[in-house]
Design a protein around this ligand. Structure first.
Ligand code: HEM
Ligand SMILES: Nc1c([N+](=O)[O-])cnc2ccccc12
Length: 290
């Protein structure tokens, strides 16, 4: 499968900054969502799920075709909860019908990440919507019950190495699990909408207890109301992953730049962009106030 980027005709940085601002303003005005967590985390999760179907073996799946817009893909039980993110973005798509869904879902994640204090993340337009016949079969998303070898094998399908996997999973400092979505529960503290390297500090510094939750799933709980999925905890059970967990716990700048790089790599995996076109870097709302 070939995915050639074709940027929307005649659109400039200013046009895409307008979309960024529409999304960011809507995030601000709907900040009460999910008990005050806001839409940022679920928008980042949607950008990940819309890219998580990628398979390096035939270059299929990934963010290019915007196929998450089809029920066939969005109905995957492992994507439960993401209907909140696509419903949030529907009016943005109506306001900018020229933007492809692949670009919309990835731009939504980049906007959310930057507005939650994350790194400046270059983004390139040009994903072209593909039809329902291109929706990959279910079964390409990861399950939360996996151990370290499961996680390593899963990301091998993207061609991501151990360092990239650990950095990428640092996104789990954002947002929450919800019993009604995934059958996992927590965390219950309030600042789950600020991007930082604390996921790694949580892993290393807390005393974790493996417990059965209200949905009879096993998860790791610590005092203070934070939790880890089995796939999160795998990062400290495996010595090769643990090395990077320690690196990122000690060095927030290294985490921010490595997360930015692998997040961009994820959102662009499988797509051929014209390298003469500069990636776009958006201003945050705060930066535009002055
Ligand atoms: C081993 C791979 C992964 C597994 C098994 C996994 C699993 C999960 C699960 C079970 C939830 C809770 C969903 C819910 O109950 O609402 C979740 C939430 C989330 N995931 Fe992941 N995830 C993985 C990788 C990633 C990656 C690579 C990213 C982004 C780069 C990401 C971003 C998020 C975010 C931001 C949330 C919070 C969403 C919210 O608050 O509504 N995850 N993940
Ligand atoms: N906030 C989170 C943490 N945490 O440590 O705050 C850990 N794992 C998570 C997994 C999915 C969603 C949110 C998580």
């Amino acid at each position: 499968t070939l995915h050639i980027a074709r940027p929307e005709k005649g659109k400039t940085l200013a046009d895409f900054q307008n979309i960024y601002n529409s999304i960011a303003e809507k995030m601000k005005s709907e900040s009460a969502y999910d008990d005050g967590t806001g839409y940022g985390p679920v928008l980042v999760r949607l950008s990940w799920h819309s890219s998580a179907t990628y398979d390096k073996n035939d270059n299929s799946g990934g963010s290019y075709g915007g196929t998450f817009r089809f029920k066939k893909e969005a109905s995957d039980v492992l994507s439960k909860g993401l209907e909140n993110a696509t419903k949030f973005l529907d009016p943005i798509h109506s306001e900018y019908p020229w933007l492809s869904h692949g670009d919309l879902y990835t731009l939504g994640g980049v906007t959310a990440l930057q507005e939650l204090g994350g790194p400046k993340t270059p983004w390139r337009p040009g994903r072209v919507d593909t039809g329902p016949e291109t929706v990959p079969a279910h079964g390409r998303l990861p399950i939360p019950e996996g151990n370290a070898s499961y996680v390593r094998n899963y990301y091998d399908r993207f061609g991501f190495n151990d360092q990239e996997v650990v950095a990428l999973l640092g996104a789990h400092i954002l947002g929450k699990t919800h019993l009604k979505n995934s059958g996992y529960d927590g965390p219950w503290d309030d600042d789950t909408n600020i991007f930082s390297n604390e996921f790694f500090g949580n892993l290393l510094e807390r005393k974790w207890t493996l417990e059965k939750n209200a949905a009879s799933n096993m998860q790791y709980n610590a005092k203070g109301g934070i939790m880890m999925l089995p796939t999160d905890y795998a990062l400290v059970q495996d010595p090769k992953y643990l090395k990077y967990v320690k690196k990122y716990a000690d060095d927030q700048d290294a985490f921010f730049s490595d997360f930015r790089d692998i997040y961009v790599k994820l959102l662009e995996r499988g797509i051929s962009f014209d390298d003469s076109i500069e990636p776009l870097v958006f201003k945050t709302l705060k930066e535009q106030l002055k």
